[in-house]
Design a protein around this ligand. Structure first.
Ligand code: FDA
Length: 302
C-alpha cells in the first residue's frame, strides 16, 4: 500500500518540481544523496574509499525533456570520469538512458552514451547502464550490447522481478557483458514481473547462481542480509574467488553491513547519487522501505 503510494508520488512531475526547487526539502536528502555537485560525490568517494568501499557515481536525473539537458548530463559524466582518473579513485559511473535523451532521439542518446564510454575506455574505467522500467528493457540492452562491442567497458543491469531476465542473463553471459543483478525498483504489472517478494527472491538466487558460475565479474546488488549469506556461501563452496564478483549497495543504506562485508574481504561498491534531481530516487527508496521516512524527517531537526 505505502509502496504503491510512494511509487505514485515518484511519478508526479509538479510535486517533483516543487520539492526539488525548495531549499528546505533538499535538507531531507542528505542520508541518501551525496550532495548537489560533482565535488560532493568526489568527497564522499574519497571518504568511502578510505573505509575500503568502492563507489559507482550516479548524476541524478531521468526522462529529460530536451536534448540540451541530455548533453549537459553527458558533460557532467565526462567531468566525473576525469576527476576519478585524476585523483586515482576506486570509482566508476552509473547512468540512465532516459537522462541521455532516449525518449527524444535514440540516435542522440547513443551518441551521448558512446562519448562517456569512450572516455571510460581511455582511462580503463567502466560505465554501468542502469535499468529503468520494463518499457525500456529491450532498447537499453540493445544499447549496452552495441556499446560494449565497440568499447568493451559497458555493463548492464538485470532486474530479478522480470520474467524475461533468465533469458537476458543467458545472452549477457554468452556475450561476456558484466551484469549488476538487482530485484527491480519500478511498479510493474503481473504480466511482466513476479508479483510476490518470495518469487523475486527465488529468481534473484537463480540468476545470481548463473552469473557467479558463468558470468563475467557480476555485481550482486541487494541489502538483503539473508541473500548475501546464501550467495556468499554458494560462491565459497564452489571456489568462486572473492575478487571475481562485487556486492553493491546504495549510499546510506545498511552502512553497518557495507563495512562488515568489506572487512571480511569482499569487494563492496556503493552506489552514490548526487545532483539536484533527487526526488524520484528518494521516493523509490521510501517505496522499498517506508521506515526510511524516519531518516528523512530526522534531517529536518538537525
Ligand atoms: P528488499 O527491499 O528486498 O529488503 C530486504 C532487506 O534489505 C530489508 O529487510 C532491509 O533489511 C534491507 N533494506 C532494503 N532496502 C532498504 C532500505 N531502503 N533501507 C534500509 N534497509 C533496507 N533497481 C532498478 O530497477 N534498476 C537499477 O538499475 C537499480 N540499480 C541498483 C543499484 C544498486 C547498487 C542497488 C543496491 C540497487 C539498485 N536498484 C535498482 C534497486 C533494487 O532494484 C531494489 O529496489 C533495492 O535494492 C531494494 O531491494 P533489496 O534487495 O536491497 O532489499
Amino acid at each position: 500500500m505505502l509502496r504503491r503510494l510512494f511509487l505514485f508520488l515518484a511519478g508526479r512531475r509538479w510535486l517533483r518540481r516543487w520539492m526539488e526547487e525548495s531549499p528546505r526539502a533538499a535538507v531531507l536528502t542528505s542520508r541518501f544523496v551525496a550532495g548537489r555537485e560533482i565535488d560532493d560525490a568526489i568527497r564522499v568517494t574519497e571518504r568511502l574509499n578510505q573505509a575500503g568501499l568502492w563507489t559507482t557515481l550516479d548524476y541524478l536525473g531521468e526522462s529529460v525533456t530536451t536534448l540540451d539537458e541530455a548533453e549537459r548530463a553527458r558533460d557532467i559524466y565526462l567531468r566525473l570520469l576525469d576527476q576519478i582518473h585524476a585523483r586515482g579513485l576506486q570509482a566508476n559511473v552509473s547512468l540512465k538512458l532516459t537522462q541521455f535523451g532516449l525518449d527524444l532521439s535514440e540516435a542522440a542518446c547513443r551518441e551521448n552514451v558512446a562519448a562517456v564510454a569512450r572516455r571510460a575506455a581511455e582511462f580503463g574505467n567502466f560505465v554501468r547502464v542502469d535499468m529503468e522500467s520494463s518499457a525500456y528493457t529491450d532498447r537499453t540492452l540493445a544499447v549496452v550490447h552495441d556499446l560494449d562491442e565497440a568499447c568493451g567497458c559497458v555493463g548492464a543491469v538485470i532486474q530479478a522481478y522480470l520474467y524475461r531476465s533468465e533469458a537476458d542473463v543467458e545472452e549477457l553471459n554468452c556475450r561476456r557483458i558484466r551484469v549488476r543483478l538487482c530485484k527491480g525498483a519500478y511498479d510493474e504489472a503481473p504480466e511482466v514481473a513476479f508479483p510476490r517478494a518470495a518469487q523475486v527472491e527465488a529468481s534473484f538466487r537463480k540468476l545470481a547462481e548463473s552469473l557467479l558460475f558463468r558470468g563475467n565479474y557480476p555485481a550482486l546488488a541487494t541489502h538483503d542480509e539473508r541473500l548475501h549469506a546464501a550467495l556468499l556461501r554458494l560462491a565459497a563452496d564452489n571456489g568462486v574467488a572473492k575478487d571475481a564478483f562485487e556486492i553493491q549497495m546504495l549510499y546510506g543504506i545498511r552502512r553497518d553491513l557495507q563495512v562488515r562485508l568489506a572487512a571480511a574481504g569482499h569487494r563492496v561498491r556503493i552506489y552514490v547519487p548526487f545532483g539536484v534531481a533527487w526526488y524520484p530516487y528518494l521516493m523509490r527508496r521510501l517505496a522499498e522501505r517506508p521506515a526510511n521516512l524516519y531518516f528523512v524527517v530526522r534531517n529536518l531537526f538537525r
